[in-house]
Design a protein around this ligand. Structure first.
Ligand SMILES: [Fe+2]
Length: 494
């Protein structure tokens, strides 16, 4: 899937485009200089889709890089680089991919995406919060510390509701050169979380209380704009307020990626969705996180065991943590009600399905912190490992440890690592070992922030017996991995 959008004046109405169809030439080559073009064609950029162009290229070889570009009216796009997946049954000896998301434009620069663009990766999994819906403000409420601060840069416009609003917000985000570099360097598997639509939305429920049929109008606008701006296949074409986002991808016999949708089919957050509160409702029998259909689909995929590692690539934290930051903060456990912890019945149902498996890794976003730990079933036995990726920019510079992190680590023995800096994950996977690198930025609120490897978490043969706590000590930087996949046998691919 290759993607572009024509928007010569990104923030102007219709991106500065005339309201008519515009033909766009596209080319795919097997070399960077386009000496050998292996596929080409012409696509219509249509005003109904904000002059976005999605092309599903067929007839390519598996497991090799390709370069692509678009041309219209004498203007040529950046050259994009992508990599096809190995065939489903290919014997794949290693894989290296990235995990990123949560990119509030006002909170920080996207320097981390510039660093991500220079990594050698087969693909990037994006866990959502690609845009934030909030209005542009001269001053924003402080990040948990109270007070006000001046944003690093400012959203154009008000809180977004209409299709034009969402398009303009995507146009502003996509004007960022570091984000453009990351997309040009790697193929992305896109998912969404809440801010692509509205903070903490859940199914048909909007937090400010709009009637469901009214909220669905807004969601339809948000979903259309999401489709228009994301490199996703035709099967994710929006149908009103509905959109098929959950799907899977196989990386040969090494990894099965299950990309989940934890927003569209969930029930409303319990206990009034108040931070830290708990109530009996978190054990509601009827609560839903994935919905019945997606749950059945996931169960089938987990049972197939066609790949060495089974990944749940999803949005909100699955570990249920006691988040008290001081011993007297609350008399009871404090949980994040928007995460799986607010949905104990579907959470336990999923964890019980993982019990017999030794190969499940959960990748998560949303928290704007790095976390690593084990998922326990109801009898406190580990069933999977979870790696939570921080944010590209949301939350601002951060620091190595938030105050209270030491208490959270003490109160949650399944939790092995916490860090509150911005950045992304890289995952290095072989049949014997899963390594997650926590790549962090020294700063994101001023230019030229530096990247370093804060820690590496290693999972051995059985996810239920690792990772061990000592796997999380900071490592020296370096350790380059030069290839994205390494096939164990020479396959059909060049
Ligand atoms: Fe976020």
């Amino acid at each position: 899937m290759i993607w572009t959008r024509l928007a010569p004046e990104p923030l102007e109405p219709h991106g500065g485009m005339p309201m008519g169809n515009v033909p766009v030439k596209w080319e795919v080559a097997s070399d960077e200089r386009f000496a050998t073009v292996v596929a080409s064609g012409e696509a219509q950029a249509r005003p109904e889709l904000a002059h976005a162009v999605h092309v599903e290229v067929t007839g390519l070889q598996p497991d090799r890089p390709y370069w692509y570009r678009f041309e219209q009216g004498g203007e040529r796009s950046l050259t994009g680089r992508a990599r096809t997946l190995p065939t489903a049954g290919a014997d794949v000896g290693s894989l290296r991919f990235g995990v990123a998301g949560c990119q509030h434009y006002e909170d920080g620069l996207f320097t981390a995406f510039g660093h991500l663009a220079r990594e050698e990766l087969a693909f990037v999994y994006h866990y959502g919060d690609y845009i934030y819906e909030y209005r542009g403000d001269m001053l924003r409420p402080g990040r948990g510390q109270g007070g006000l601060y001046v944003p690093v840069r400012r959203h154009e416009g008000q809180l977004i509701y209409s299709l034009d609003d969402y398009r303009r917000r995507y146009a502003q985000y996509k004007s960022d050169p570091d984000l453009q570099r990351a997309h040009a360097a790697h193929p992305f598997f896109m998912t969404f979380d809440d801010h692509e639509v509205d903070n903490n939305w859940a199914g048909d429920i909007e937090q400010e209380g709009a009637p469901p049929e009214v909220f669905r109008l807004r969601r339809a606008a948000a979903f259309q704009a999401w489709y228009e701006h994301m490199p996703v296949r035709r099967r994710s074409f929006p149908n009103g307020a509905a959109l098929q986002a959950y799907r899977s991808a196989r990386i040969g016999n090494l990894v099965e990626m299950n990309f989940l949708d934890t927003r569209q089919y969930r029930s409303d957050q319990p206990c009034g969705d108040r931070w830290g509160a708990t109530c009996p409702e978190i054990r509601a029998q009827t609560a839903a996180m994935l919905g019945a259909e997606q749950e059945a689909w996931l169960t089938r995929n987990l049972q197939s065991r066609d790949a060495r590692w089974n990944v749940l690539a999803q949005q909100v934290m699955m570990m249920s943590l006691d988040r008290r930051r001081t011993p007297d903060e609350a008399p009871h456990k404090m949980v994040n009600l928007d995460s799986w912890a607010g949905y104990e019945v579907p959470r336990q149902r999923l964890l019980s399905r993982l019990k017999g498996l030794d190969n499940v890794v959960v990748l998560t976003g949303d928290e704007h912190q790095n976390w690593a730990g084990l998922l326990h079933d109801e009898r406190e036995r580990p069933v999977a490992a979870e790696f939570v990726s921080t944010s590209i920019s949301s939350g601002g510079d951060g620091q190595d440890q938030r105050s209270g992190s030491d208490l959270i680590l003490r109160n949650n023995p399944q939790l092995k690592f916490v860090n509150d800096q911005r950045g992304y994950l890289t995952c290095e996977v072989t049949p014997d070992e899963w390594r997650t690198n926590f790549m962090v930025m020294d700063r994101v609120t001023t230019p030229r922030g530096a990247l370093s490897k804060r820690a590496t978490a290693t999972v051995g043969g059985d996810v239920r017996t690792s990772p061990s706590a000592d796997a999380y000590s900071p490592l020296e930087a370096g350790n380059p991995v030069s290839r994205c996949y390494r096939s164990r046998t020479k396959g059909a691919a060049a």
